[in-house]
Design a protein around this ligand. Structure first.
Ligand SMILES: NC(=O)c1ccc[n+]([C@@H]2O[C@H](COP(=O)([O-])OP(=O)(O)OC[C@H]3O[C@@H](n4cnc5c(N)ncnc54)[C@H](O)[C@@H]3O)[C@@H](O)[C@H]2O)c1
Length: 314
């Protein structure tokens, strides 16, 4: 471990969530000091590790912002956000309060904390919308279709402004569809988690429409590694974090059924209005600028996820 690594001090907002839990584990294993800010509105159920400092707090409160400044971070990984495309369509103002206004408050505090590098969790799935050319590159014009994606784009806009005006260094990681152990399978989003949850009780996975819609499914361990690399590299701007491969939702569901060994048939249910038909990401900038590429293949990632859902079901 280098002396530089030993001095690494990272604030992780949303560090008790799905992606945060995996990333905090990696950071701690690598000798970083970590402060988690998370109000547990959607914690993934894994308790924050005792080696990390943890404050159960809403990130835009004075208490959270002073804690960030007092921690003297070398970097901030900003994962806290209210997920859910459908939820954001039902209440766009609530989505903006949590995902835009809280982000702006956090960036202002980062300036006061002495300009640590900020890594922002953006979304390649939600920002590009109905891209006409695939795979989507960072230069593809963003056309979000839901308030959730518009909020991610606004967050990137503020990051650019804070960088130009105050010199706050940043990278915005545009993740594909992240899946893996500890993802919430009880909500409306997260095909893999929802399907695993059904399979462990003997139910067939369900896919919407004809199931041919494609996504870029990227394993959470790979995403956690991308987060850690992004905290340490100097590149600024947006970077796609995906596999570069389109996989249909029906294929994911069929693979999970095969891996489960259950004799069930994937159920086709009504299409969701406005669902994007095809989406996957060009990850070549991540390879060039962060030295990152996805390493976990789909079957390995799906088996690991299914195994963990089975283990937590007892
Ligand atoms: N999971 C994906 O496929 C995916 C894809 C693209 C982008 N992202 C983004 O990555 C980030 C992490 O996603 P995740 O899947 O781990 O979500 P998650 O819901 O599991 O984790 C988010 C965490 O943030 C916390 N939180 C939310 N708002 C907060 C607030 N105002 N104050 C304090 N804590 C707050 C929640 O309690 C939760 O623990 C999010 O910004 C999300 O939008 C996720």
């Amino acid at each position: 471990m280098s002396s530089l690594r030993r001095a690494e001090r990272v604030v992780v907002t949303g560090g008790a969530g799905f992606i945060g839990t995996h990333t905090v584990r990696l950071l701690l294993a690598d000798g970083a000091k970590v402060l988690i800010l998370d109000d547990l509105r959607h914690g993934c159920g894994v308790p924050p590790p005792p080696e990390a400092d943890f404050l159960e707090v809403e990130i835009s409160t004075p208490e959270a912002l002073s804690a960030l400044i007092d921690f003297r971070p070398t970097a901030v990984l900003h994962l806290a956000a209210q997920g859910g495309v459908s939820r954001s369509l039902r209440d766009p103002a609530a989505d903006a309060r949590n995902n835009v206004v809280a982000t702006v408050a956090l960036l202002r505090a980062a300036v006061d904390a002495g300009l640590p590098r900020v890594v922002f969790a953006s979304s390649g799935g939600a920002i590009y919308g109905r891209a006409t050319r695939l795979p989507s590159r960072e230069s593809t014009p963003p056309q979000p279709l839901a308030p959730y994606g518009a909020a991610k784009l606004a967050g990137e806009g503020y990051l650019g402004m804070f960088q130009r005006t105050f010199g706050l260094p940043y990278v915005a990681l545009r993740y594909g569809n992240v899946y893996g152990p500890h993802q919430d399978g009880t909500g409306e989003a997260g095909l893999v988690a929802i399907s695993c949850r059904r399979l462990v009780v003997g139910l067939a996975p369900q896919v919407t429409g004809d199931g041919a819609q494609t996504r870029d499914f990227v394993y959470v361990g790979d995403v956690a590694r991308a987060n850690v690399l992004a905290l340490r590299r100097s590149f600024q701007g947006p970077v796609n974090i995906g596999t570069g491969r389109p996989t249909s939702v029906a294929e994911v569901a069929h693979r999970l059924v095969r891996l489960s060994g259950l004799a069930v048939e994937v159920e086709m249910i009504a299409a969701r209005p406005g669902e994007v038909v095809a989406n996957y990401l060009d990850p070549s900038r991540a390879a060039r600028r962060l030295g990152w590429r996805a390493e976990v293949d789909l079957d390995t990632g799906l088996s690991e996820t299914l195994r963990s859902f089975r283990a937590s079901a007892g």
